[in-house]
Design a protein around this ligand. Structure first.
Ligand code: MLT
Ligand code: MN
Ligand code: ZN
Length: 304
């Protein structure tokens, strides 16, 4: 399985248009230890020709432009054969509008996400007007049962319900339902290698830690360094955990849990522009990498 990180940042990207935090400022000033990052998305392929997109970020057109493996070879060709949504968040879905010329798209998501994207944020409905028929919805059950996506025939997919949060626009904000947020394990049936992708995680439940333990590669939530980072920096009044994001550092942080996992390669994604680990000259960056945890970047390729 070939994994390509299209976007490694959380909502807003780095630099975020209205942000002058130390990372956004440093990037604009040309500091070499801070990278440009677009909003969170990955793409997977079995044959290097046909791709499954996981989340369609508002930056999708820039991401495709920067990724020659996604470019059409024929006069008109959509190399993205399926789109999987992990949730209905704006930073994970809005890019679908930018892909409208490729309708109809095969989309895979839970019924809760399908509902949001037909009602509160009706992207799926809007796209019905393009190319005779918007999206073809394939339901994902968030109960760890197996599902298949034809374009990767030698892989099995398993969705796990995560406790995070529903999107800020949703009537289910702060009271998320099972199915509003999922993580997905992708298993190569020839090699038994496992990728576990979970870009938004609020609570470290035991069954999720067990699933992390058996993965070969983890691509996971790295939004914030500390739970009160947005409050301390005067960016927001919310804790990370209020927004559905467990912080990396601290007593109940992700690093403590990751340190106990022996098998997987641990790679962070969906990292907020305020997170000090995004500047390689900080002590927080040094600390993170001292634990053997990696930070994904736009254009990162992983083969398993
Ligand atoms: C999140 O990850 O909490 C959301 O994507 C926030 C947002 O809408 O930007
Ligand atoms: Mn997000
Ligand atoms: Zn910033």
């Amino acid at each position: 399985m070939r994994i390509e990180v299209l976007g490694s940042s959380a909502g807003g990207g780095l630099p975020q248009f209205n942000c002058n935090c130390s990372n956004c400022k440093a990037y604009r000033e040309g500091k070499s230890t801070v990278k440009r990052r677009t909003q969170s998305s990955i793409t997977l392929s079995e044959d290097g020709i046909n791709w499954i997109l996981f989340n369609a970020s508002p930056d999708i057109l820039e991401q495709i432009n920067n990724s020659s493996f996604l470019h059409p070879q024929k006069l008109r060709e959509n190399t993205i054969k399926a789109i999987v949504f992990m949730d209905a968040q704006i930073d994970h879905t809005t890019g679908l509008l930018g892909l409208r010329e490729g309708c109809p798209h095969e989309v895979y998501c839970t019924k809760e996400v399908n509902e949001e994207l037909n009602t509160s944020f009706p992207l799926f409905k809007m796209l019905e007007s393009w190319n005779g028929g918007g999206v073809k919805y394939n339901e994902i059950l968030p109960n760890a049962s197996k599902f298949l996506i034809p374009v990767m025939p030698n892989h099995e997919f398993y969705a796990h319900a995560l406790i995070s949060n529903a999107p800020p626009y949703s009537e289910y904000r702060d009271k998320p339902r099972v199915g509003d947020n999922i993580g997905i394990t992708i298993v190569n049936t020839k090699t038994n290698k496992r990728l576990f992708y979970l870009p938004g995680l609020g609570v470290l439940q035991d069954h999720i830690i067990k699933e992390m333990e058996i993965a070969d590669v983890l691509l996971l939530e790295g939004t914030l360094w500390t739970n009160d980072e947005m409050i301390k920096g005067k960016f927001s009044k919310k804790l990370g955990t209020d927004m559905g994001h467990v912080p990396l550092n601290g007593e109940n942080g992700l690093i403590k849990v990751l340190n106990k996992l022996k098998k997987p390669r641990k790679i962070l994604i969906h990292i907020n522009n305020t997170n000090p680990i995004l500047d390689e000259s900080t002590k927080e960056y040094e600390e993170l990498i001292s634990h053997g945890i990696e930070i994904s970047y736009d254009g990162m390729r992983i083969d398993i």
